[in-house]
Design a protein around this ligand. Structure first.
Ligand code: NAP
Length: 283
């Protein structure tokens, strides 16, 4: 068996094409605040700006120098909150070391109706309640759910095992999958005998940040494998799973790159469109 490739670029293109008429009608504007010139962040910012352009959505790049102060960042966030021309915005994380302690302030300082990354306490709390309350869900979990839905992979009654419990990926994804009637197990660095959980998964999602840590022996025959990890090895990007080893036993698998990454961008843009609908009293 060779696994079906869950092509995130194709699925993201389909989602963006569906958003295009809404963008033309409502003209949402997305802004990205970047502090410094971390190459990975610059590449993610570029992908987001390119995807906006792909569907005719206006975007702004607020690029602050690497030595920007807390006050510089605070002023930028406050200006974007108050700026009626901006529908939604994100602060690209991680921040440079001297501002790292400021990340949690940033998450909650963005107005809930402009918080298109869905990282603030208001959006996080609201999405906990029900599927209908996922107004601005965090972009990566929303992208993963959209990818599985795009490929018509059933979730109800399936055992999903998530490796990784971060506040931006693993934890909110667990909630979103519960809302879709999956049975969810969440594993982390203190989980004992990890393979005893991963080998039970109908759908295995890995969001750890360790290259190829999930090997074929840790995957059930016929499982669907979603690899969220992005690890840079020299010039190459690799995921958290051993793609070549696993693709012969899985029924479906995401590539890295080209799997979850483009879906995260599409979900962010979908959130910006929803933010505009929310602000216009449509939701
Ligand atoms: P994170 O905040 O560092 O969280 C990593 C998680 O992995 C933690 O919950 C940690 O457990 C767990 N973990 C670490 N070692 C483990 C082990 N040996 N066994 C089991 N669990 C282990 O990372 P993140 O932000 O969720 O990101 C994870 C990966 O996804 C990274 O490679 C990141 O670049 C990538 N990512 C990709 C996208 C995308 O759009 N494709 C978006 C976001 C992130 P503890 O909680 O116990 O420490």
């Amino acid at each position: 068996m060779s696994a079906l490739l869950l092509d995130g670029r194709a699925a993201a293109d389909a989602i963006l094409a569906q958003l295009k008429p809404k963008v033309a009608k409502r003209n949402p504007v997305l802004a990205i605040v970047q502090v410094g010139d971390d190459p990975a962040s610059s590449s993610y910012v570029k992908q987001k700006l390119n995807s906006c352009a792909q569907i005719g959505m206006l975007s702004e790049h607020r690029h602050l120098p690497a030595d920007a102060s807390e006050d510089d960042l605070r002023r930028t966030v406050e200006e974007l909150n108050a700026n009626d021309a901006i529908t939604g915005f994100i602060v690209q994380l991680p921040l440079p070391g001297h501002l790292a302690h400021f990340e949690s302030w940033v998450r909650d300082a963005i107005l809930p109706e402009k918080d298109i990354d869905g990282f603030g306490a208001w959006n996080t709390g609201r999405m906990l309640r029900s599927k209908e309350d996922e107004i601005m869900p965090p972009a990566t979990p929303a992208g993963i759910v959209a990818l599985l839905e795009h490929y018509k992979i059933p979730l109800a009654g399936k055992h999903v095992v998530i490796v990784g419990r971060s506040a931006t990926v693993g934890k909110p994804l667990a909630v979103m999958l519960l809302h879709r009637d999956a049975t969810v197990t969440v594993c982390h660095s203190k989980t004992l005998n990890l393979h005893t959980f991963t080998t039970q998964a109908d759908i295995l999602v890995v969001a750890v940040g360790k290259p190829k840590m999930i090997t074929a022996e840790m995957v059930k025959n016929g499982a669907v494998v979603v690899d969220v990890g992005i690890n840079r090895i020299g010039e190459k990007l690799v995921g958290d799973t051993d793609f070549d080893g696993i693709r012969s036993i899985a029924s479906a698998i995401t590539p890295v790159p080209g799997g979850v990454g483009p879906m995260t961008v599409a979900a962010l843009i979908a959130n910006c469109v929803r933010a505009k609908e929310l602000q216009q009293g449509e939701l």
